[in-house]
Design a protein around this ligand. Structure first.
Ligand SMILES: C[S@@+](CC[C@H](N)C(=O)[O-])C[C@H]1O[C@@H](n2cnc3c(N)ncnc32)[C@H](O)[C@@H]1O
Length: 197
């Protein structure tokens, strides 16, 4: 994206003018087939979060925000964290009392692994309880003569209340057999199984 930049589509540009006639949703609008709802919304706007929920509490929120890397609009870490705090709060409001929240994040190894640690600190005050930190193998760039290859993306798993953790849907039978993931001598860890949606 750095080498072949597309113009931002939320700002005036020729490309935006060409694409707009094909866009069926404008900002603040929601499409529904009666079951699912897809919105052109600002996650940091509490009214927009309400529009998406439409009065129905969810049990799962999966967030994949821009990671505040230079390929997107870069903000200061403080600004980025404040922005994350806003949509986490909105999510919390629209989730039921027993719910899970997943949060994809990157960690910039050239800048103190930002924004991961500061977002984690912010989450301490969010009302959610931390449950797991999953790593997805995802190569970004190349190794160099002086550093390791960047190959990871983080998935933070939080809960509120006591949501169902459906082991029927998990990728391994080991929890069912061992009544847990770990047992001395066993290596149930599989690589590359987390899938981005
Ligand atoms: C890392 S990408 C998500 C990619 C997506 N999960 C996928 O697999 O295609 C981050 C997305 O967040 C969206 N985004 C940025 N600011 C937003 C906001 N305030 N509200 C909702 N979405 C936003 C961007 O438009 C971008 O599509």
């Amino acid at each position: 994206m750095k080498n072949l930049p597309l113009p931002r589509l939320d700002e005036p540009s020729d490309l935006r003018d060409c694409l707009m006639p094909y866009c069926r949703l404008n900002l603040g609008e929601v499409w529904t087939d009666g079951v699912h709802r897809v919105g052109c919304l600002d996650a940091a706007n509490p009214d927009h979060a309400k529009l998406l929920s439409n009065g129905v509490e969810s049990t799962l929120a999966v967030h994949d925000p821009p990671y505040n890397l230079v390929a997107f609009k870069e903000r200061s870490v403080e600004e980025f964290v404040r922005w994350c705090e806003a949509w986490v709060k909105n999510s919390n409001h629209e989730l039921s009392s027993n719910a899970a929240l997943y949060l994809w994040l990157g960690a910039d190894q050239n800048n103190h692994y930002q924004p991961l640690p500061d977002v984690m600190l912010m989450m301490r005050e969010s009302g959610f309880v931390s449950r797991s930190l999953l790593t997805m193998r995802n190569q970004r760039g190349y190794g160099t003569q002086k550093n390791w290859m960047a190959v990871r993306q983080e998935l933070l798993y939080y809960i509120k209340g006591n949501p169902i953790f459906n082991i029927e849907a998990e990728y391994t039978d080991i929890p069912k057999i061992l009544r847990g993931y770990y047992k001395e001598g066993s290596t149930p860890f599989k690589r590359g199984v987390a899938k981005k949606v």
